[in-house]
Every structure is written in C-alpha cells, then in structure tokens.
Design a protein around this ligand. Sequence first.
Ligand code: AHG
Ligand code: MN
Ligand code: MN
Ligand code: MN
Length: 332
Amino acid sequence: DHSPLAYSVGITLDRFIKLKQGDFPFASGELSQLLRDIALAAKIVNRETNRAGLANIGGAFGQTNSHGEEQQKLDVIANIRFIRALSKGGEVCAIVSEEEDAVIDLQNTSGKYVVAIDPLDGSSNIDVNISIGTIFSIYRRKSPVGQPIEQKDIMQPGHQQVAAGYVLYGSSTMLVYTTGNGVNGFTYENSLGEFFLSHPDIKAPLDGEIYSINEGLEHEWEPGIKSFIHTCKTQKLQSRYIGSLVADFHRNLLKGGIYLYPSTLKNPSGKLRLLYEANALAFIIEQAGGLASDGKRRILDIQANSLHQRTPLLIGSRNLVHEALINLNIKQ
Ligand code: AHG
Ligand code: MN
Ligand code: MN
Ligand code: MN
C-alpha cells in the first residue's frame, strides 16, 4: 500500500529509535543520537550516490588506500561524509575506516562510542550503477577518558558491539541495523527525507536456495570449499553474486542463502576486513538466527590484532553455514 496514509501510519526511524530506547537500562540517549547521526550521513551519501553519474563524482579518485585499492571518488566522499557527521554528532570519540590507514581521533573527549566503518562497500560497482552499501559497527569505548587506545577501544572483538548495521543504496535505499534486540529494516522515502520501518524483526530463513561466491577463484579454493560448492550445485542451489557484499548479504538475509569469501592465493586470509565488514554483518546475522564463521571460529569471537586485518567469511542461513563448516573441517 503506497497511499499517503500508509506512510502517515508508518513508523519513522526516529520514532522507532525513541520507542526502542527503553530497551537500554540507564539509556541516556547517546546511542540513539549516534544512530540518528549515521542515518543523516546515509541520506547525504544516498543523494551523492544517486547523482554520481551526473556530478562527475564517479570514477577513480586518483589515489589508492592502504589496501592498494584504487579509491573511487565516492569512496572518498562517503568516508568524509560519515566522519564529518559522526564528528559533529559528538557521541563518537574514534573511527576506524577502510579508507583511513590510521584510527581517526575525533577529539570528542566526552564521546563514549567508537565506530568501525566501510563507508562505501562494492566500489567496483559504482560506475556501472549496481547496488553498493555502507557497513558500520558501534562499540562503547573501554578506556575511561582521554585519547582512545587502539588495542583496548578500537580492536574490540565483535561480540562487544553495542550496535551494527548497513545501508544498501539499491533500487531503494535501506538502513538495516541491530542493537542486540533483533534486526529491523527501514526504507528511505526520498520525497519526505525519512526512513520508514518496512522490515520489522527480520529473521534469516534457516535454509536457503542461494549460494554467493566468486566462482572465478575456484582453482584457489581449499578442498572443503570446493566440496561444499559442489554439493550446492548437486542440490541445484541458485548462484547469485553481485560483487557488493552488502547487496549479496541483504538478499540472502531476506530469502535464505550463504555468502562465502574464502582464503585465496591473493588473499590467504580472505579479502574482507574483520573490523568494518565481517563483524557488523556477523552481529546482524546472529541476531536474525543465522551464523557467521571464518571457517574455524565464530566471527564475533575473533580478537583483532591489526586494524585492517582480513578474515575468510562464511555467513548466512544457519543450516547452510553449518553444512559448509562440516565440509571444511572434514576436508582440512
Ligand atoms: P569494498 O568495495 O568495500 O572494498 O568491498 C568489496 C568487497 C565486497 O563488497 C564484495 O563482495 C567483494 O569485495 C568482491 O570481491 P571480488 O571482486 O574479489 O569477488
Ligand atoms: Mn575497498
Ligand atoms: Mn567493503
Ligand atoms: Mn569499501
């Protein structure tokens, strides 16, 4: 129902955040404000994304990031927009971003939160108008005051997250997040500039008919991955791989499925980054009843020892991830 009335009774993100604030004991509203700051940045990046082709902000920026990846202009713009929104919001004391080599100390000494962010996920898809996203994790700082401490405040294991989410700039723009009490999805209504609750209490189907992996790297997979993907094919699962983790993850979350980025020759620890890609989606998938593993361990239990460390990632429907792990641990 798209009648104006439907929207008037829809719950906006702001109202939802306020409603849910009661879930936190001694809620002082800081996390709520932080979520609003992220939503604001998402609206701005959404507008930049939609204009990329016209405002010649598409294409390469002409520099590479710490991963040797050629930064796209929108990578850099999204990075700046999120950092600026979080800096102005005042709730965040430090940020680790895919697009910044070092931790950014926002000098918000009263900021109780730390954010890990992939400002723009799926950069290779920007110029060809395929869905891209933003991924974020939120932690409470552990050190009481002063300059945030990298090991203690920034590189916390994923199970310490207080919130996590992603924005999907797709056929519609969605914000999906969890604060540890389930997963909720909001769809952006451009004409009103508001996110409306569209997918309450998302649950991942326990089984699925979809597997997502870059088949071009098949010759580099370890035996367990090869045997699992072979099983997927004999069981006639559908192959769907967009090349934007957020888009592949979101489709599999709603429909059921598994996304795999295993160890490869080029990336022996996998390509995806633990702090600002794997951890956030692992928190979300577990809250939705699914699983996320590096092939041996639960993603959320991994203790990071470097900011941009990579991890293999198997994530999605519980039974599919479980099946993949059986293959991996038998065929080691
Ligand atoms: P990013 O654009 O943030 O660097 O992430 C790209 C990631 C992920 O979004 C996607 O699923 C994966 O890279 C695709 O990697 P391949 O092109 O190697 O399959
Ligand atoms: Mn990148
Ligand atoms: Mn990414
Ligand atoms: Mn990125």
